[in-house]
Write a protein that binds this ligand. Structure first.
Ligand code: FPP
Length: 222
């Protein structure tokens, strides 16, 4: 399915279910994250094919620091590796990479990889890939807010656009402090499929579902 229109979609994904995917196969949770990174590659390519404007992925929430330190270290290393290895190819494909969230608590190697990937891909216009790392929507709103601000100014300070379509894999039906402001009018899609099994076919199914939604934004649908 091609999603062509003047407005290029912003799709956000809560990539849940890596740990359960691995545990159900008798594998360490880290293996689920590894295969999850393969899903990320496939979905980024699919998003380009669908002419999606922006794709925001929830890779690590502020709450994830509470996980055992080897899992946290593994995720930090996986993210660093992804940015270092994938950025040149993404740059060639016209993808701009931005990272949302705090930069001051991640390992220095990851912080450097983030800066390098953002700089190298800044001119990309085909897809804006936003990766949320050490991210909390409440923290982002608090940081953006001050007295007398307009909604537009807060949106600008948050640095992301309104989400059109939010996908959550893994079966849970909650937002988990992800893009709370930006999802004000988002269509939500929950699937029991675990993130490592979520490929271009499942993405197509989700986008086809979105294409049938009527978006009235509180008005009477035309
Ligand atoms: C949630 O699954 C997923 C995460 C906390 C990490 C997401 C990270 C990736 C998909 C890897 C790479 C990402 C990028 C952007 C390259 P979970 O561990 O909470 O699974 P569970 O709910 O089954 O325990």
């Amino acid at each position: 399915m091609q999603t062509n229109s003047d407005h290029r979609l912003h799709v956000a994904i809560i990539m849940d279910g890596n740990g359960r995917w691995a545990e159900s196969r008798g594998m360490p949770r880290a293996a689920g994250h590894q295969v999850g990174a393969d899903s990320v590659r496939a979905i980024v390519s699919a998003a380009i094919e669908h002419n999606i404007g922006a794709l925001t992925l929830y890779a690590f929430s502020t709450y994830n620091w509470q996980r055992p330190s080897p899992e946290v270290a593994g995720l930090m290393s996986l993210l660093r590796h992804f940015l270092l290895v994938e950025a040149p190819e993404l740059q060639r494909n016209g993808v701009r990479i931005s990272v949302l969230g705090r930069r001051d608590r991640v390992p220095l190697g990851l912080a450097r990889a983030i800066t390098a990937a953002e700089r190298a891909t800044v001119a990309g216009t085909r897809l804006h890939l936003r990766i949320a790392i050490d991210y909390s929507a409440r923290d982002a709103i608090l940081a953006a807010a001050s007295d007398g601000l307009t909604a537009e100014a807060i949106a600008e300070r948050l640095g992301t656009e309104d989400v059109d379509f939010l996908i959550r894999t893994g079966g849970d039906q909650r937002l988990s402090d992800f893009l709370l402001w930006e999802c004000a009018q988002a269509e939500l899609y929950f699937t029991p499929v675990q993130w490592p099994d979520f490929g271009p076919t499942e993405f197509d199914t989700a986008l086809a579902d979105f294409a049938h939604r009527t978006r009235s934004f509180g008005a009477i649908p035309a």
